[in-house]
Design a binder for this molecule. Structure first.
Ligand code: NAD
Ligand code: ZN
Ligand code: ZN
Length: 346
């Protein structure tokens, strides 16, 4: 079957790999119909996250069930499905606590040896382990272009806001207007934020954020801290969502948050230490949280909101390319010339 393979820094290619087959009773074989390129794939593309050349990439997908193992109860061939980007077993201590992102057997599709060496979803087929845990049947009328966002970036952003304690009426600052930041705008408004400020340096992305309902702030054309203070009656944001990854934007989050406020950091980073502003956080009574998304915990809520038309993430899609054109999709997305790239597979 065809799959998108990592070749080395800055290089991906369409290649041939063996089609997977059912192995364990809980396995589900999914024929992928639509996949997506994520900002998290770019960390691999940049060589920041280790990946063996020749390994398949991708973790955002929707598809159709082709075959199920004898232990699978909730799905049958022909069902349209979406799944979290990360895999959980559903039975370990972490899963029983609802912390699926901390599953003792966790893995991320197409994310290399640090994340379980699972095959990627930018491919014609994907073998999903523990299928009852790691797949959801799509509501009948939900389009694939909308549903694919539930498996990662929309549930990630939605969960980041909920875990950041967002209350209706609050003012949210989102650092980064990439697809994840745009999903944070979409979710914050749906969850009742009174004002959403978005910081980026890419014009097209700021314009999209504004179209969704946020106030755009170009970080190179104005002083972001001053503008956020102006927009919040000199207090700062109640909740800051960091949707870039790395030291500089986490440090900025501490500058934008109001006393008593919260920071929810979603960006993936390989930075190991960070000069935490301890005294400032103490006297300003700040809360900082960071973590890989717990998509299983939020995906059903998100699918219900998508079905009810309360979230419309598909408006951020800029490119739908055939799988063969994934290398061009990676280039465009890396250069920020594409906002969100979907790959049509089936
Ligand atoms: P992206 O690379 O397309 O978007 C990042 C955006 O940040 C870009 O628009 C860029 O212009 C902007 N940016 C960079 N530096 C900035 C700065 N100093 N100030 C303001 N904006 C700045 O990626 P994405 O798909 O939106 O993903 C964002 C991050 O979320 C990535 O690190 C990704 O790995 C991560 N992510 C995390 C999880 C999780 O489980 N926590 C899940 C999905 C994605
Ligand atoms: Zn992703
Ligand atoms: Zn588990």
């Amino acid at each position: 079957m065809r799959a998108i393979l990592f070749q080395g820094k800055g290089q991906v290619a369409v290649g041939e790999v063996p089609k997977p087959t059912l192995k364990d009773p809980g396995d589900v074989l999914v024929r992928i119909t639509l996949a997506a390129i994520c900002g998290s794939d770019l960390h691999i593309y940049h060589g920041a996250i280790p990946m063996l050349p020749g390994s398949s990439l991708g973790h955002e997908f929707v598809g159709v069930v082709e075959a199920v193992g004898e232990g699978v109860q909730s799905l049958k061939p022909g069902d349209r499905v979406v799944g979290p980007f990360h895999v959980a077993c559903g039975a370990c201590r972490a899963c029983r606590r609802g912390e699926f992102n901390l599953c003792e057997k966790r893995g991320v599709y197409g994310y290399g040896p640090l994340m379980g060496n699972l095959p990627g979803a930018q491919a014609e087929w994907l073998l999903v382990p523990y299928g009852d845990v790691n797949l959801r049947k799509l509501p009948e009328k939900l389009s694939e272009e909308r549903a694919i966002f539930a498996g990662d970036i929309l549930s990630t952003a939605f969960g980041g806001l909920v875990q950041g304690g967002l209350r209706p009426g609050e003012r949210v600052a989102v650092i980064g207007a990439g697809p994840v930041g745009l999903m944070a705008v979409e979710s914050a408004l749906a969850l009742g934020a009174s004002k959403v400020l978005v910081l980026d340096r890419v014009k097209d992305r700021l314009e999209m954020a504004e179209a969704i309902g946020a106030i755009p702030i170009h970080v190179e054309r104005e002083n972001p801290k001053r503008r956020v203070l102006e927009e919040t009656q000199d207090e700062g944001a109640d909740l800051v969502v960091e949707a870039v990854g790395g030291e500089a934007t986490v440090a900025l989050a501490f500058e934008l948050v109001r006393p008593g406020g919260r920071i929810s950091a979603l960006g993936v980073t390989t930075t190991t230490t960070f000069p935490f502003p301890l005294n400032s956080a103490l006297v300003r009574d700040l809360t900082f949280r960071i973590g890989l998304a717990n998509v299983h915990h939020y995906i059903d809520q998100v699918l219900a909101l998508l079905e009810a038309d309360r979230l419309k993430p598909e408006r951020v899609i800029s490119h739908v390319l055939p799988l063969e054109e994934a290398p061009r999709g990676y280039e465009l997305f890396d250069r920020k010339e594409a906002r969100k790239v979907l790959l049509k597979v089936g």
